[in-house]
Design a binder for this molecule. Structure first.
Ligand SMILES: *Cc1c(COP(=O)(O)O)cnc(C)c1O
Length: 366
């Protein structure tokens, strides 16, 4: 069996032809393809607006700035996510306040949010981890009660829903990534969804050097960024967007096969609450104390299977540990379990059912 990578984007010749077409046109920076992408995503998420940016970290960063989050404000984030979720809060000088996760879903434990809210809390960034919608309805209810903004980190979760409502349409902003590890990719890329026209306008100004166009005249009204997406990246993701439903359905089939084939009492499988769907950006399992996760990574590599940590216990990483000195084992036991005992195993559109059976039987032998 050839090496089975953990992840691999599904780029077809038709996608490459589309990128070539845009490259040959000479129109490379933000243009009509970016516009098309914004229409596609706003329509798919059912928000009034979508604004494309250079990556999913830039999109979270801009959302915080557009909402007016300031140094010394506090922003609630789950303790377990990709580091970008906390880094953007640090980048604007605000303080990330970590909340433990539910170890069954790897999403923020909504019952633990209210106890960390203070007079300085301004926003919550719930993460739809690994592509599973978090209990975003509960997060929104808490945010309403305490007058907080919600930025959904849906980087992994294009197509995920709670009660049939797409993630990215609940909060002030939904933030998506088009990194190659996500459902559809532009290489690097991201997009922010919102129903608020003022927020959308703010993002469009901030991503483009602070420029506002008034009567065809440029006015630099903010100290903005260059966080634009290029048209040849946008067309790559537009081309894949046409088959997003097939891709998600195929990964659901593979996930169902993993769920029925992995049978090992030392392994806990992912759980999908009934009111939500999983888009399977990652298939993440957790080992019990009898298994050394890091040894499994090497063992699987010897069996030609790629695997890796799913995400980080963020307050346990060096920068955060040095700065905040939080006792993670005590405060975030579930995030620590997911971080030290969790493993993402191959999940992508180029994986076959035979691969899944081979990987499952290898895991069953552990
Ligand atoms: C991928 C990811 C990001 C960052 O997206 P980039 O496009 O790589 O910057 C942020 N948050 C989560 C949860 C992610 O998985």
């Amino acid at each position: 069996m050839d090496f089975i990578p953990l992840a691999k984007p599904n780029i077809l010749d038709s996608d490459i032809a589309e990128v070539s077409r845009v490259l040959r046109s000479g129109m490379l920076v933000q243009g009509i393809e970016v516009c098309e992408l914004e229409k596609n995503i706003a329509n798919y998420i059912s928000t009034k607006h979508a604004s494309a940016v250079s990556n999913g970290t830039a999109s979270l960063h801009l959302a915080l700035i557009a909402l007016g989050i300031k140094p010394d404000d506090e922003v609630i984030v789950p303790a377990f996510s990709y580091m970008a979720t906390a880094n953007v809060v640090e980048l604007i000088g605000a303080t990330p306040v970590f909340v433990d996760i539910d170890v069954a879903t790897f999403n923020i434990d909504v019952t633990k949010i209210e106890s960390v809210i203070t007079k300085n809390t301004k926003a919550i960034i719930p993460v739809h981890e690994f592509g599973l919608a978090c209990d975003i309805e509960a997060v929104i209810a808490i945010a309403k009660k305490h007058n907080l903004f919600v930025i959904e980190d849906a980087a992994c979760a294009l197509g995920a829903k709670q009660n049939n409502k797409p993630v990215g349409s609940f909060g002030e902003f939904g933030s998506f990534s088009f990194h190659p590890r996500k459902a559809i990719t532009s290489g690097e890329g991201g997009i922010l969804t919102t129903n608020n026209p003022n927020y959308a306008k703010k993002i469009e100004i901030l991503r483009n050097h602070g420029i506002e166009m008034a009567d065809l005249k440029m006015e630099f009204i903010e100290a903005g960024f260059n966080y634009r997406l290029t048209d040849f990246q946008a067309v790559l993701v537009n081309s894949q967007f046409k088959r997003i439903e097939q891709g998600l359905a195929y990964k659901q089939k593979l996930a169902d096969l993993y769920l029925s084939s992995i049978k090992n009492s030392k392994v806990t499988l992912p759980v999908i609450p009934g009111d939500r769907n999983h888009t399977w950006q990652s298939f993440h399992i957790v080992f019990n104390d009898k298994i050394n996760r890091d040894e499994v990574i090497l063992h699987l590599k010897n069996k030609n299977i790629g695997s890796n940590y799913g995400a980080q216990c963020m307050p346990f990483q060096k920068y955060y540990l040095d700065k905040y000195k939080l006792n993670c084992a005590e405060l975030f036991p579930n995030a620590m379990t997911a971080y030290t005992k969790g493993l993402a195993i191959p999940m992508h559109e180029l994986l076959t059912e035979d691969h899944v059976k081979y990987i499952s039987s290898t895991i069953n032998e552990l």
